[in-house]
Ligand binder design. Sequence first.
Ligand SMILES: Nc1ncnc2c1ncn2[C@@H]1O[C@H](COP(=O)(O)OP(=O)(O)OP(=O)(O)O)[C@@H](O)[C@H]1O
Length: 264
Amino acid sequence: MIIVESLRKLYEDYLAVDGVSFSLGRGQICGLVGPNGAGKTTTMRCIAGLIRATEGSLKVAGIPCGDDPIELKRRLAYVPDDPPLFDDLTVEQHLDFIGRVYGVENHAAKCVALMEQFDLIKKRRAGATTLSRGMRQKLAVACAYLYDPDVLLLDEPLTGLDPPGIRTLLESIHQRAAAGATVIISSHLLAMIEDVCTHLLVMQNGKAEYFGAAEDLRLRFPHARTLEAAYFAATSPGTTDPSIAANVAALPMPPIATAAGAAL
Ligand SMILES: Nc1ncnc2c1ncn2[C@@H]1O[C@H](COP(=O)(O)OP(=O)(O)OP(=O)(O)O)[C@@H](O)[C@H]1O
């Protein structure tokens, strides 16, 4: 469903993505993790066809990059971390608009079901500018789900969601994948997404440090107690011996001092 081969993306002379390759099939959920600036959003935007790759080849839902942008839009949904909404439309007008544009059959009933699923029903007549950050995120995801895309790219979708919202979203991702969708979910919260991910792509400095089954990352760093520790090991600077790095990463984190002087 997604085939990425030797993807490179230069912003002028800055190499943001450097030779990334991976592929995902139907029903697979890939966690895209890595430090700030690793190239996660850039990779997603290339897959979504929003920016042009400098080199490499991409095929999404059987469509080679650039061949059929309209069909790609029908088959794929990309939800950015700060979703652009229409200031003048209410929650239900957003869903109604997307339903009409994508020609979704019986879209009115689906819109209500999605508003109920994402706890937006009481805000159905609220304008986009009056929504909280988490509500905006939920509305953007609901709009993406409305036309049942084969490929879902969710960039930091957990940011701003409350715990019930996170649970609803992760369950919905699981259900979508069970129905055949391919999902990439980028997040800094690996511990939160690891249960739904079948695969992981760990990026750092524009490169893929790891791609494979989520469980295999832990096997690669046998001393890591958690998947998160294995992730830290994979992204530790100067790591040459995975087992050493994993041990370091598994050490307890030092307390973080707050402005008030208390340790978190
Ligand atoms: N339009 C742009 N022009 C120039 N450089 C860019 C542009 N967009 C991103 N970059 C740079 O490319 C690199 C990768 O950025 P990207 O947004 O893909 O990282 P990311 O892994 O998504 O980061 P984060 O976790 O902070 O969201 C960064 O160094 C960023 O500054």
